[in-house]
Design a protein around this ligand. Structure first.
Ligand SMILES: *[C@@H]1O[C@H](CO)[C@@H](O)[C@H](O)[C@H]1NC(C)=O
Ligand SMILES: *[C@@H]1O[C@H](CO)[C@@H](O)[C@H](O)[C@H]1NC(C)=O
Length: 211
């Protein structure tokens, strides 16, 4: 069995084409303490060896082009996004520069935020996530978020969060206990400017499966 599988594996690995869920589950499913990955995990930051995904993390490359303003109102002339009601907020290719507490008019209804490829989006206001008590997915990949020890605006993340993706920004540093007490299972920080792993930001993450 191993003998006949081996050439197949070799060909597929050499081609560099596998999705992380199939790859890891194929090896470890059913083993002690192994939790099967899902395709949802793949779209939220698990590394796959596939040229169809950007990074190759997260979503297919095509999802980063064009524009989208779902669950909100986007005013590109004034560079503002407002009136976000959810449950799914999805913003792509717009000119707004920040999101704040006031951006969300029905905060407890919002379960998912996907803000991708908005070249001016560089600031998250104080208390933006405080009332988003049912937020599970937070994907802020490929924006202009710059986070350093000098410009940090304190944030409290909802304990309901299960997936967080912050790749392709300009994050140099994250504060201690940033994700503590959340339900985050998959956390993605690649393609930023970290000079070391922000270890203390990751304490008390009891559900974390993949970093
Ligand atoms: C967010 O952007 C708007 C529009 O440019 C601006 O009026 C507001 O002051 C900004 N808020 C913060 C906290 O920077
Ligand atoms: C953020 O808001 C809280 C409460 O509204 C306030 O106490 C705190 O000083 C603010 N922090 C910053 C950096 O503005």
């Amino acid at each position: 069995m191993l003998l006949c599988l081996f050439p197949w594996l070799l060909i597929n690995v050499a081609r560099g084409q596998f999705m992380a869920d199939g790859y890891w589950n194929g090896r470890y499913s059913g083993k002690l303490n192994y939790v099967d990955y899902t395709s949802d995990d793949v779209s939220n930051g698990l590394w796959s060896d596939s040229g169809s995904l950007r990074g190759p993390y997260l979503l297919s490359s095509g999802e980063y082009s064009g524009s989208k303003c779902t669950g909100c109102v986007c005013d590109d002339n004034n560079q503002i996004v407002s009136s976000c009601t959810g449950p799914a907020v999805s913003l792509l290719g717009h000119s707004f520069i920040n999101i704040t507490e006031e951006t969300f008019t029905n905060p407890s209804a919002v379960t998912s935020i996907k803000i991708l490829n908005n070249p001016n989006f560089n600031l998250i206001g104080n208390g933006t996530f405080l009332s988003l008590v049912n937020l599970e997915y937070l994907n802020l990949a490929k924006n202009a978020l710059e986070i350093t020890t000098f410009n940090w605006i304190p944030q409290t993340l909802p304990t309901s969060l299960t997936r967080v993706a912050l790749m392709e920004n300009n994050i140099h540093w994250l504060p201690d206990d940033m994700f503590s007490g959340t339900s985050v299972t998959i956390l993605s920080l690649s393609y930023n400017q970290f000079t070391f792993l922000p270890q203390k930001a990751l304490t008390d993450m009891t559900q974390l499966l993949y970093l």
